[in-house]
Design a protein around this ligand. Sequence first.
Ligand code: PGA
Length: 232
Amino acid sequence: MKFIIGNWKMNGNNKEKDTMLKALHKIKTKNKIILCLPFTLLNGENFGICLGAQDISEHSNGAYTGDISGEMIKKTGAKYVIVGHSERRLYHHETNEIIHSKAVAAVKNGLIPIICVGETNEEKNAGKTTSVVKKMVSECIPKMGKYIIAYEPRWAIGSGLIPSEKDITKIHKVIFDTLNKIGQEKTPIVYGGSVNAQNAHNISNLPHVDGLLIGGASLKSKTFLPIIDSID
Ligand code: PGA
């Protein structure tokens, strides 16, 4: 069973959501589909599809204007939440410490955090990918409950560029080894960054790749459904 996770980012409306969920509902797959929507689209009918949020407050309630707590997310019926997406790290200056607190808040509220890790282009060019990713995993994981790790090289997101299959395998093995050392070897590790219907099948079959996190191509059924169909 592979995880196929869509991340709509700041896109979509209720009508588009319903159209997508109805289309996903009709698909026969043994894989687990999760759609991570903007907060405003999380309420309402989910047509049997598992939903997730894209961020969570590290606090449980109080004077945090604009933030959404784990309890609020849980009440919508969502089961997952993305934490530490590179766009949150970049535009909202989220550190590993903040992301760790958010992952803990998710677990405490019965949500499964999808914790994103990945190197920048500069880090890649400086040969730091392995050390950066190891540090992110070690510092961000909640040390309790279930979670998913998403390896998303920042330079691969929305760029049409993807690492070689050899590099994806190498970094997924680094993540697996890091988790294995602490008895978390069953943690799913998914790949994200410019996944499309042409590359999804091969990437999802690489060792230690337990699924995919898909941004742009998850927005429309025309591009999302062929990806789902291509995964065994
Ligand atoms: P992309 O985004 O598939 O559009 O590259 C992936 C992500 O940011 O989760």
